[in-house]
Design a protein around this ligand. Sequence first.
Ligand code: NDP
Ligand SMILES: O=C(O)C1=N[C@H](C(=O)O)C[C@H](O)C1
Length: 267
Amino acid sequence: MMKIRVIVAGASGRMGQEVVKMLVKEENMELVGAISRSQAGKDAGEVVGIGYLGIPFVSSTLEALSKTKANVLVDFTTPEVVKENMELAMQTGVRPVVGTSGLSQKDVASLAKTSKKTGTGAIIAPNFAIGAVLMMVFAQKAAKYLPHVEIIESHHDRKLDAPSGTSLKTAEMINENRAEMRQGHPEEKELIDGARGAYFNGFRIHSVRLPGLVAHQEVLFGGNGQLLTVRHDSFNRESFMPGVKLAVEKVMNLDRLVYGLENILDL
Ligand SMILES: NC(=O)C1=CN([C@@H]2O[C@H](COP(=O)(O)OP(=O)(O)OC[C@H]3O[C@@H](n4cnc5c(N)ncnc54)[C@H](OP(=O)(O)O)[C@@H]3O)[C@@H](O)[C@H]2O)C=CC1
Ligand SMILES: O=C(O)C1=N[C@H](C(=O)O)C[C@H](O)C1
């Protein structure tokens, strides 16, 4: 069996460490490179606590791409570097599987162009937890009948971006099923800036950041005399791994960019 050769960018981070652990367990995948600036030179396995792997961290994506003959680059880094990482990978025929949040719709469109031009498949998934993907799809369906909606996303307090990538993707999906409509009282006033949350085509996204949380979202739909709540909770980062594994497998047969795991699931 040919193993899928995978590099992980952000491999010493919270998600990257989990991906490294997953890759060494999967029989059809092989970790061939790990990128981390802060851990450069150290063995990836020792940093993630699974013993010596013989894969030292390198500090640059270019170095990892040029040394490893990889098939796939899994990226869990930051909004500042993910776009360049994806561009570099696709230019060298390495397929990106990306979880990093913070890419704009314009970025996604430009990356889709590179994917098409180079014929290199790519997957960007704002959330790899299958339950979260279902939550987004259910919310999209509900918006058709209950257009008064607010999103509340809650995350750990080490998160850099707000609103979360998941809430933005949910909002984009809801938008496909809901005409733009400003909610709330037409004369409502914020007594403290931001009290009503971030404005997205007439509805609001609220971001909570607290220690102890991992990744949680509820989408509230209000109707006359009724409330529908669609909620998902990730209690640990293993919850994202079946989605990452599926994406690494599926991307091998793609020649275009797919944005959102719902587009590779049989729903
Ligand atoms: N799609 C999904 O299902 C999920 C997505 N995420 C997203 O994944 C991303 C990472 O999350 P998380 O693992 O918690 O974050 P961490 O901060 O734990 O990890 C990010 C890693 O990126 C590396 N990094 C930071 N800045 C740079 C840079 N300028 N150049 C190269 N590498 C850099 C850091 O390593 P070093 O400094 O050593 O290079 C760090 O280990 C976030 O955008 C988050 O929103 C998170 C969970 C699930
Ligand atoms: O930073 C995180 O932790 C997460 N980020 C992603 C997001 O921004 O939606 C996915 C998940 O919510 C965890």
